[in-house]
Design a protein around this ligand. Structure first.
Ligand code: AMP
Ligand code: ZN
Length: 461
């Protein structure tokens, strides 16, 4: 029985979708104006575990991931520059080139991490007509008013506005009164459509209601969900930064347009930090997957490091902790290798489920408790069978046999068994000089030998 922590209710709840053969999931995607960083990927690595755990519980996830290529301003309060326009200026490219470049980079990093592809990659600018019709519905239902710079959602017309994030709107208003001088009726009102003023430099523009403009950032998610999934969806996920503004606004828009809730379950991951500060493009403290690789780490070491904690806890990243995760991963690789060599020696029928796999899944069914699942793997690793390790890979996709796919390993592989046999027969003949020379040669090529009562096994150094 899978239990997940549902944000608005602030409690663990049993997850039982209406249609197990199509569990509808939406995970808020990146704004594609610069290189994605390890903080962004933390979110998608957590949601990958969610998808894999759902599958092991017999559900079939159907997931949409959006790519924000318009409308996300540098300030969440509907002011500042469009981030895509900012990226274009920085790099001397068009906004369309910027979007294409960073969508490609995001997708290739996504693939590198071996994350499950969404059923639909939804690019915001492919949904402009749908976005306009959502705004038209909001106008018709009297949720929108006009200011000099756009169409705004009147949050006072949605009485439940504050509920999702447990917002104290009166308090927020009092604190912000000094700054609150725009034409907005309420501090929490937000733009669903922005007008482009004459002379304003905004490349992405569409005619709507007789003038040029572009959609407000929050609009795309309500629009895409309506078009591709149909609300309410089973699970909506994003970072905790989305609770008070972005998700709250998505809920308001969807209610305003369709009179329905947006999602049954809301999952939010906490931040990845460096030196206690949120990793973010605007703070300029980002690391990319490339940076990890340049420092001689695999992106899968990062994944393992992340899963050592829990998606709802803040994680502070350091290279020394990543080093420890790398060692843990190597120890699992080696235990896996021994299980494979044992299976070669004495083939066993593959066991679909074992006590270990059901224990592992039940730990993950407790709100994706990967840290507890990892403790179990460490405890049992010497006794796990090859199918048990496959099950571990199905859930965490840690690419434990990654180094075996390297060129240096494949050139060695053909002669590996012969060398081990030659070394063992030299040992039997008490020709220790030859035996040691062979062992040393293997060591220089990254292979160590493990002599046990059930035979000799090779492992990676
Ligand atoms: P953005 O491109 O900033 O809109 O972010 C895309 C996704 O990554 C959102 O779900 C964010 O909540 C998430 N995200 C961004 N920065 C971090 C971080 N430092 N830690 C965890 N998640 C993050
Ligand atoms: Zn969203």
């Amino acid at each position: 029985m899978l239990k997940l922590y549902n944000t608005p209710k602030k409690q663990l709840e049993t997850f039982s979708p209406k249609t197990p053969e199509k569990v509808t999931i939406y995970t808020c995607g990146p704004t594609v104006y610069s290189a994605p960083h390890i903080g962004n990927f933390a979110a998608y690595i957590y949601w990958d575990l969610l998808l894999r755990v759902l599958k092991k519980n017999g559900f079939t996830p159907y997931r949409v991931l959006n790519l924000t290529d318009v409308g996300h301003l540098t300030s969440d309060a509907d002011s500042g520059e469009d981030k895509l326009e900012k990226g274009a200026k920085r790099e001397g490219k068009t906004v369309w080139e910027i979007a294409d470049t960073y969508i490609d980079l995001f997708k290739s990093d996504f693939k590198k991490l071996n994350l499950l592809e969404p059923e639909i990659w939804a690019r915001a600018t492919d949904y402009i007509e749908d976005s306009k019709s959502l705004v038209e519905k909001l106008i018709k239902n009297d949720f929108v008013y006009e200011t000099s710079d756009g169409l705004y959602f009147d949050t006072s017309k949605f009485p439940a506005y504050a509920d999702f994030a447990h917002l104290d709107l009166n308090h927020a208003k009092a604190g912000a009164r000094v700054k609150f001088s725009s034409e907005k009726k309420n501090l929490s009102d937000f733009a669903v459509w922005k007008f482009i003023k004459p002379g304003e430099n905004h490349t992405m523009r569409w005619d709507f209601l007789g003038r040029p403009g572009y959609p407000g950032w929050h609009l795309e998610c309500s629009t895409i969900i309506h078009k591709e999934l149909g609300e309410p969806i089973d699970i909506h996920a994003g970072g905790i930064d989305h609770i008070p503004v972005h998700h709250t606004n998505e809920i308001a828009q969807t209610f305003g347009a369709f009179k329905t809730p947006l999602a049954y379950f809301w999952l939010h991951c906490n931040f990845l930090t460096i030196n206690g500060e949120k990793v973010s493009k605007s703070l300029g403290n980002i690391l990319t997957l490339n940076d990890l690789e340049k420092n001689d780490f695999s992106v899968f070491d990062f994944k393992l490091w992340l899963y050592q904690g829990h998606y709802r806890s803040e994680r502070n990243f350091t290279f020394s902790d990543l080093e420890a995760a790398k060692n843990r991963r190597l120890s699992w690789t080696n235990a896996y290798l021994v299980s494979l060599q044992l299976a070669e020696k004495a083939p066993r029928p593959s066991i679909k489920t074992s006590e270990f796999t059901s224990d592992l899944l039940s730990r993950l069914n407790d709100d994706l408790n990967s840290a507890s699942a990892f403790a179990l793997i460490d405890e049992k690793k010497e006794t796990l069978s090859a199918p048990d390790w496959e099950y571990v890979e199905d859930l965490f996709s840690l690419n434990l046999l990654e180094n075996l796919k390297s060129d240096s390993f494949s050139s060695l592989e053909a002669s590996l068994r012969e060398k081990i046999d030659a070394r063992n027969s030299a040992r039997l003949k008490k020709d220790f000089k030859t035996a040691d020379a062979l062992r040393d040669e293997l060591l220089t090529r990254g292979i160590s030998l493990l002599d046990t009562p059930s035979g000799t096994f090779w492992q990676l150094v």
